[in-house]
Design a protein around this ligand. Sequence first.
Ligand code: NOJ
Ligand code: NOJ
Ligand code: CA
Length: 718
Amino acid sequence: MPEDTTRRDVLKALGLGTIGATQAAAGLQFAGQEARAVTGGLGSSVDYTDDVIYQILTDRFQDGDTSNNPDGELYDPSNLTKYHGGDWRGIIQRIQDGYLTNLGVTALWISPPFENVYEIHPDYDSAAYHGFWIRDLKKPNPYFGDMSDFKELVSVAHDNDIKIIIDFVPNHSNPASETDGDGFMEEGALYDNGSFVADYDNDPNNYFRHNGGTDFSSYEDGIYRNLYDLADLDVSETYIDQYLKEAITKWLDLGVDGIRVDAVKHMPPKWQKVMMETIYNHAPVFTFGEWFLGSGQTSQRYYEFSNDSGMNLLDFRFGQKIRDVLRDRTDDFNGLHNVIQETKSEHQQVTSQVPFLDNHDMDRFTTASASTTMTDIALAVLLTSRGTPAVYYGTEQYMTGANESGNPENRKSMTSFDTSTTAYAVISKLAALRQSNPAIAYGDTQQRWINGDVYIYEREFGDNAVVVAVNRSQDTWYDINTLQTSLPGGSYADVLDGEVNGWTVSVNDDGSIDQFSFGPHTVSVWAHRGDTTTPTLGHVGPTIGTPGTTVTLGGEGFGSTQGTVRFGSTQGTVQTWSDDRIDVTIPSVAGGFYDVTVESSSGTTSTAFNGFEVLSGEQVTVRFIVDDATTETGENVYLTGNVHELGNWDTSRAVGPFFNQVEYSYPTWYYDVNVPAGQDIEFKFIKEDSSGNVTWESGSNHTYTTPTTGTAEFRTTW
Ligand code: NOJ
Ligand code: NOJ
Ligand code: CA
């Protein structure tokens, strides 16, 4: 990549709608690794803000190689619970024939690529076509291809400016039954690159948790018991911890650009933070977790996880609400706008989350009874929203189907590859806009006009602005009397070229638009590409890391001459610098939270990204257990100590609340905690009530040396 030119500069020079313009950042060097062919957008494997993710169930997309299809009862393309034959070769073909590149998607989230069980689940008559019934995380699913097919997929994708995201499943192996015992499927058997490790009935080292299935009654219950009948891996065992880290780094070394983590609500949060540190230390890639929320559900834990773990989340708040508003009509645009505001204030960085309309665990967005225009409208809102949108395969073909475990109509094989649908055009036009206009990638969302049916919002970043006007009504015209925008005066064509009834608008010099009557089933998108000349920071990724690891800053107006990046008052070492992207290494500062700022060579400083977390060193997980900690009603046990990870003795940052129900029972409390590896630490347990009153453990501090690798346990009596 030329030092001072990024894909976005090129797109800017070429105008809207140009995709695949450069192989941005090819050859960028990451520490301790071969050159990674990072692709797409800013060429960053951690900043996906200008990308569009396309979610593929590998088995259900395209059968590119019939020779790898299973024999016998596992294979039956007429049965929705059996393998259909789709594979990595099929995805390669659909990249090469232009279906995916012309659609404009720049990242493919594929099914878990790992070896799965070969048995049929008797309760659902189902094979593991979906990829979530893990047998060996270090081997490929042979029905999707072999390792050389996978490498070819990565390389063909990269040659076409497309990133590959794999679905990672560290929570469990595969279905096992405590009660049915021997002979139930493969009894949860786990393999390590082909060698048998243990199964649920033959587990002398306790690599699995044997606490039965969760009833979802508490966070702890969901973590420390099986999710459904899936044999729960005990990540506090060193062997399992190491196995999972080895597995993910193996796939990272194959050139994977991103990770979707399955079932993050069901694993210890601080163990996942250790895993994130491992990933970011090895090869920083965009990682987003699945914390499932139903319609109307929210949870403070969900936001805490997003802000603390270093992992981003699938944006279930947005996903469920846009379904309420545009699919089920149980809410209106005021509800969506409330969610836009809530997520902006609750997430540390809302533009790193992943909104969507549907996925393989939900009824498809499109229904047989609704007009396909509702899908077009929803796609337009999704693709112009903050965060990196994920489009479920087949939405562009208006595929329909309900989510039922015995008959997953929402996971049908692709019905057609028609490139002339309106939905296909909407995705491709807006994917191009995402790449060319940073207002979509980084901008805030401002509501400009709203009622139940109409939502007119503006995304703005630096000198760039995009106005999106949506009317979901089937028959009602609304008078829009005063519409203020920050668009400069002039005429703006609809970026969608009238695909959803939009039109060219005339904007007055003060940014206002004269009164108009806004028709039904309409989306219009008007974009201004400006020229931001002062450093404007839009994104930081990752948001946690140890000194020496690389962080990517995205934005605009950094200037073409190298300036300075600071973590607090300490300069980081700049690796690459361009007007819209800086790669910088975290300086050797103490663990803590730091404001990150960019100062241009001419001395102008950006507003800060607040709260970047520098970890005190490489992380390991220690289980802290305290016995006989009796408490009053409302009191909980926490841990505080002399390192950043334990809050530096600041009790408002103490770790917890500890658990006391499943692995151990009250008055024993426990928690799996991330701490710096190989360090002498001091700490105490505290009790804290709901008003924040703290009772300290008496006596001197506990002292302990944390392990250098693997996991460990510290147990004491209060
Ligand atoms: C969530 C996945 O998306 C779902 O499809 C899967 O069955 C469960 N996690 C268990 O892996
Ligand atoms: C036609 C569009 O369909 C309608 O929605 C819009 O309000 C008017 N043009 C504006 O003139
Ligand atoms: Ca096949």
